[in-house]
Design a protein around this ligand. Structure first.
Ligand code: URA
Length: 237
């Protein structure tokens, strides 16, 4: 890969900006100053330094976001702020996208990556990746609901869901529950509760596959996954 592309991909600016950087003699490849943007580097074996600091080539990023309500799970939107607007430039330039969607008013665990293959596998209905949600429900959630969800419920369009594991945390006029499902139909949790005559008042995703929301992340905050977490995801897919 050309050194100007390498540096541009790693966030050192546009190709034009990188050219200026190269001219200023700030860039060394294997200890030798490089000024020519056309010079080829091997991302795996060559050592690239900018102002004496080694630059490691990274292709994919994996971010865990605690999504707040009020932002949409999209990369662009004409009306609303998107989850991408919450990122810093240094992550944005990798062009990550959300793995699946949470509704605008849903909070919690959202993975952002530019690894299309991993995203595709995590979202594939064939892989049955478990997603667990916490919800506040208007209405009394009962053991009949647990049984109905265990079997699968018919949504308003006739689709019968795969079994869901419903755990009642608090039952009353306003109930609190945890629900684990393996699908990701549009508004699925809300529609499953509508099918048993109840309404989701608050929804938060707690986990996806082997990974859970990090309690250290406040709403709107995110962090990079560790190498071990990425490995776990890849094994699970
Ligand atoms: N189910 C929903 O209804 N909404 C979400 O955001 C996620 C799952």
């Amino acid at each position: 890969m050309r050194i100007d592309k390498f540096l541009s991909n790693m966030g050192f600016g546009s190709r034009k900006e990188v050219k200026v950087l190269l001219k200023s003699k700030a860039v060394e490849v294997n200890g030798i100053v490089v000024r020519d943007p056309k010079v080829q580097v091997d991302e795996q074996s060559d050592t690239v330094e900018v102002n004496g600091e080694a630059v490691e080539y990274v292709k994919f990023i994996y971010l865990l976001l605690n999504k707040p309500a009020g932002v949409v799970s999209a990369t662009e939107d004409n009306y609303d702020r998107t989850v991408i607007d919450l990122l810093k430039e240094e992550e944005k330039h990798f062009q990550p996208f959300p793995v699946g969607r949470l509704d605008k008013d849903t909070e919690g665990f959202l993975l952002l990556t530019n690894d299309g293959q991993l995203a595709h596998e995590l979202l594939s209905p064939k892989k049955h990746v478990e997603k667990t949600y916490f919800a506040v429900i208007a209405g009394q959630v009962t053991s009949d609901d647990v049984k109905a969800f265990e079997k699968g419920v018919a949504l308003e369009d006739g689709y019968v869901t795969k079994p869901g594991k419903l755990k009642i945390l608090k039952s009353g006029p306003v109930s609190e529950i945890e629900l684990t499902i393996t699908e990701g139909k549009f508004h699925q949790v809300k529609r499953m509760f509508i099918s048993v005559g109840k309404e989701v008042k608050y929804l938060k995703r707690l986990s996806m596959g082997p990974l859970s929301l990090d309690p250290a992340l406040k709403l709107g905050q995110y962090r990079h996954l560790t190498v071990e977490e990425v490995e776990l995801l890849k094994q699970r897919k």
